[in-house]
Design a protein around this ligand. Sequence first.
Ligand code: GDP
Length: 297
Amino acid sequence: MAFEGLADRLQSTIKKITGKGKVSEQDVKEMTREVRLALLEADVNFKVVKDLIKRIKERAVGQEVMESLTPGQQVIKVVKEELTELMGGEQSKIAVADRSPTVIMMVGLQGAGKTTTTGKLANLLRKKHNRSPLLAACDVYRPAAIQQLETLGTQLNMPVFSMGTEANPVDIATKAIEKAKEEHNDYVIIDTAGRLHIDNELMDELQNIKSSVKPDEIFLVVDSMTGQDAVNVAESFNEQLDITGVVLTKLDGDTRGGAALSIKAVTDKPIKFAGMGEKLDQLEAFHPERMASRILG
Ligand code: GDP
């Protein structure tokens, strides 16, 4: 499971301080040093760790904490609140356009889980929000990608709009939205092309789609197993496309968790969903507080 190493380390660090009737500055210092090492080992961005530790220290050695009845618990509360804040604080909701359909554009590198997540998100919107999405196949470079989306559509019994591999992705996206209006689909989820690496051609195409369809959400799908790379990818996509949120996939794997803990701080964009497996019902709304609780035990 994700975060296992980090959780183990933080929990054992915390155990040392939990029972303390009095927490000295030295205790806080030792604890923050261990928290710092645990976070760095979990591949959390260096600067993110530095800022976080500074805030924990400032708050944990404060007067209020020292005079409280259970100082150990208070310090842990500070760590938990700061971890929650780091991951985005409040859970972030999905947009609903004033006028239907709401348009969501899915972007990301090849293999991140974009197409799978497109299907999962459609499934979640129908099950949890009672919506009827239409999926648009805009990855025209890989015939298999269109096929993959169509298969997902069949599995979910949901419409997939495609125009084959010869059409222009901007046209496909625009026509998919027209189709959704005709058929009263209230969400359009656009699956775009990915590449193995970020390149200008890819970004140009995504920018063209963006400026033509004016999506209500642009979700960047990133593979949490790729650690700091995921953070760099998020930074680039955000600079070029001004994304509205992130979907972290493969959190069911043994990722160290660094991406989950750094992306919000680095991009200032919320993690909206987490992929927890390959199945179509394995996408969850990302709850920073629950995730922090899970990490801290
Ligand atoms: P794309 O190239 O970005 O469209 O990626 P795909 O949607 O084809 O996914 C690539 C692989 O990752 C597939 O084998 C998916 O089943 C797998 N995958 C996607 N999301 C998750 C997840 O949350 N957990 C796990 N374990 N596998 C995932």
